[in-house]
Design a binder for this molecule. Structure first.
Ligand SMILES: [Zn+2]
Length: 342
């Protein structure tokens, strides 16, 4: 099966009333962990790469690993998504390489740090929508500012500093024609999200529900949605790590989001914690080992487990065989019939 557009995957998720995890990758082991978890649970899947990841893997390696994934796992509908594109140029290079979905994060300026104006955000996002839809590629936009910094991207603010305004979200969607919308409802990137277990109040779930009520047909995206499980933190600290106590987004809150229009859930930190814990354990228990496979295999296995668990929790498990991919050329034809109101 060729790489699938995010739009089709999320339209199907909306029909089925489930969410789909979007998992970040940088290398072969991470891609394999996600694809194997998808096969074991029968899940459609979104694999995403940040700018940092594309730089780390040198782009072409990443793309060809993803092509290998579609060959080895032909039964799994798989999206390759650019996470946090900082400019139309970044999105363009992703589309040209073969990504089937891009995020234009115009909530920040091209430096990936400075919060932008609404007008700037509309302008750059609209530009990417026109370029992407002409090729059948999906676009995710963002309105409001997420908390934290990851891979050098983010304003570094508290997750509650720039929440999404529901009316602004409506205007943004109408002016840009985005397929999916990342909203800021209190989540942050990275491991240190909350210093106590967050509730639906901390996370402003009422605001998410209001946005969905005003935009019932737009696929909402929750960023910074790792749950940062204590058992994974404990493994790292037991084997010499020094993580400070921290709390992520509880799965129940994500499930409440899924009942209210959230279709894409971004998870990166949980994979990082799982891999690092497994590697630390091998190093601590078998200091005589020096074959990289002796620690990369358990790392891959640990990441696969946490991802398979999320796939079951988000409800995407069992839906891989529900549909056949719509070719991007056909998606482009469909977009050509849509009109964006400005
Ligand atoms: Zn993000």
């Amino acid at each position: 099966m060729p790489l699938v557009s995010l739009r089709q995957l999320l339209d199907e998720a909306a029909k089925g009333g489930y969410g789909v995890g979007a998992f970040n990758v940088n290398n072969m082991e991470q891609i394999q962990a996600i694809m194997e978890a998808a096969r074991k649970t029968g899940s459609p899947v979104i694999v995403q790469a940040s700018r940092g990841s594309r730089a780390y893997s040198n782009d072409r390696f990443l793309y060809h690993l993803m092509l290998a994934a579609t060959e080895v796992y032909p039964e799994i509908p798989t999206v390759l998504h650019q996470d946090h594109g900082n400019s139309p140029e970044t999105c363009k290079s992703a589309i040209e390489m073969g990504f089937t979905s891009v995020m234009m994060d115009g909530s920040l300026m091209a430096d990936g740090k400075t919060p932008s104006s609404f007008q700037y955000n509309v302008k750059v996002t609209r530009e990417v929508v026109e370029m992407a839809h002409a090729r059948g590629v999906t676009v995710e936009g963002e309105i409001g500012c997420l908390g934290g910094i990851e891979d050098g991207h983010g304003a570094g603010l508290d997750g509650l500093a720039h929440l999404t305004d529901p009316d602004e979200a409506v205007e943004f969607v109408h002016k840009t024609g985005v397929d999916a919308l990342a909203i800021a409802v209190g989540t942050s990137h990275g491991a240190y999200k909350f210093n106590r277990p967050p509730t639906g109040e901390t996370l402003k779930m009422a605001r998410l529900i209001e946005i969905h009520r005003k935009l019932p047909n737009v696929h909402l995206v929750m960023h910074g949605s790792s749950s940062v499980p204590k058992d994974l933190q404990d493994i790292i600290n037991r084997y010499g790590g020094k993580l400070k106590p921290t709390w992520g987004v509880p799965v129940e809150e994500i499930q409440l989001g899924i009942k209210n229009g959230v279709r894409k859930i971004n998870v990166d930190t949980d994979s990082r914690l799982a891999m690092t814990g497994a590697i630390r354990k091998v190093f601590a228990e078998h200091p005589e080992e020096f074959d990289p496979r002796s620690y990369l295999k358990p790392a891959r296995e640990a990441m696969q487990q946490v991802i398979a668990q999320r796939m079951a929790e988000f409800g995407q498990a069992g839906h891989a065989g529900d549909y056949q991919p719509i070719p991007l050329a056909e998606m482009a034809k469909r977009y050509a019939h849509e009109t964006i109101t400005v």
